[in-house]
Design a protein around this ligand. Structure first.
Ligand code: PLP
Length: 403
């Protein structure tokens, strides 16, 4: 690479015409970042824990919903989570490699995969079918040890889990393998389809079927010590679903999980950037691809260096707002892959000013829930969509656990 390509963008010329980099500018300083408040993560876990007699499993799948899996896991444990939940074995092993010793359940593995590493790392494996269970047991046998499994029942979501008609066969197979010392069934669990709807009858129907299947498992000789059914919405909104453990994802990250109810969670992530350009334009100026937006009056446009490749939903174009210069301003026109334009109006915002896409909402800035509404999706998708190009920062707040 030539020296010219190393030259900082902000370089100027000194009196003799030589290139110099201003001392106060770092060539690679991020122009956008996701700040994660780990103290809020710990507090949110505490809030969930106080709302139930059950234990709390903090769900840190998908890199902790985009907040950083290991950091979030440590903060959640500091906040009182007794369990961690992930999907793949790789996610579980990443936590173990980082020194996280809390109990972990992984619930999305393929029956054909090699389970030896997760078994050896003392990670519980969720299983839904007899072939899946056999495969885990075979790997336990190869290690001359016993695998700990949790049987998943499909009580109505029709996703993973054994259908009620296949349940007894799974229970019987598990019991046989327990007798042979190859597995131990620590838990039985299922997942709700309508937990975010405060009074949906489906929640009780699933709970009743769950009770029935647990009864069948006990009759079949199993002695599970952990029953769990609730996600965040059920942990906070459906007390009858708690059993021994609630699996909280969204709530851990501070997003209210039940429409129309406020439990006092604190959003942990603030997604912000700096304007990298600002310019004055006349009224009637078309903005971004297709000119779907036209300025109503003469004013300024600002450029934000985040786009849909960074997780800013293109579907939110036309509705979204950001916080800049102490006010909410509209996103002007289509969000592009790497950037979008904000209509600054007649305000005094300038290049270098901070733009907050979403945060806790304290100052009036939008929240993840606003973005989910604008993009017609759920807050989970907005959070997990924040791309790998956006650096995560962990400001050390007073009293926050060390990340
Ligand atoms: C993702 C997930 C959760 C967490 O759900 P939230 O609604 O984010 O609390 C809980 N259980 C299972 C099985 C999941 O896949």
């Amino acid at each position: 690479m030539s020296a010219v390509e190393h030259r900082p963008v902000a370089a100027g010329l000194d009196a003799r015409g030589a290139v110099r980099a201003p001392r106060d500018r770092v060539p690679a300083a991020p122009v956008a970042e996701a700040r994660v408040d780990l103290g809020a993560v710990a507090d949110n876990v505490g809030l969930v824990a106080r709302s139930t007699d059950a234990g709390v499993m903090a769900v840190v799948k998908a890199d902790g919903f985009g907040h950083g899996g290991v950091r979030t896991a440590r903060a959640a444990v500091a906040g009182g989570a007794g369990w961690l939940g992930v999907t793949s074995g790789a996610e579980a092993l990443e936590l173990r490699a980082a020194g996280v010793t809390a109990p972990i359940l992984c619930w999305l593995t393929a029956p054909t995969q090699d389970f030896r590493a997760v078994i050896a790392a003392d990670v519980d494996v969720a299983v839904s079918t007899v072939p899946h269970l056999r495969s885990v047991a075979e790997d336990a046998a190869r290690l001359s040890t016993r695998a700990v499994v949790q049987l998943e029942a499909d009580t109505g979501l029709s996703r993973n889990g054994a259908r009620p008609g296949d349940w007894c066969e799974l229970v019987a197979a598990a019991r046989r393998l327990e007798r042979r010392g190859l597995v131990r069934v620590r838990g039985i669990w299922s997942h709700l389809a309508h937990a975010d709807r405060p009074s949906h009858p489906g929640v009780d129907e699933q709970r009743r079927l769950f009770d029935e299947l647990v009864g069948q498992a006990r009759a079949g000789g199993l002695d599970p010590e952990l029953l769990h059914l609730a996600n965040s919405a059920a942990a906070l909104g459906h007390p009858g679903t708690h059993y021994d453990l609630v699996r909280a994802g969204l709530a851990v990250y501070g997003v209210e999980p039940v429409a129309g109810r406020v439990f006092g969670l604190r959003p942990a992530m603030t997604l912000c950037a700096r304007l990298i350009n600002a310019k004055r334009v006349p009224a009637g100026t078309g903005v971004s691809y297709g000119h779907r937006y036209t300025t109503a009056a003469a004013g300024a446009l600002g450029l934000v260096p985040l786009g849909y490749a960074d997780g800013v939903p293109r579907a939110a174009s036309g509705s979204a707002e950001v916080w800049v210069g102490g006010a909410r301003r509209p996103v002007a026109g289509l969000v592009c892959m790497d950037q979008f334009v904000v209509d600054l109006g007649g305000g005094g915002a300038a290049t270098g000013d901070e733009v907050v896409l979403f945060g806790p909402g304290d100052r009036g800035e939008p929240t993840v829930l606003d973005w989910a509404r604008w993009a017609r999706t759920n807050p989970h998708e907005v959070l997990t969509g924040i791309g790998g190009r956006v650096p995560r920062r962990y400001p050390r707040a007073a009293g926050a656990p060390r990340g």
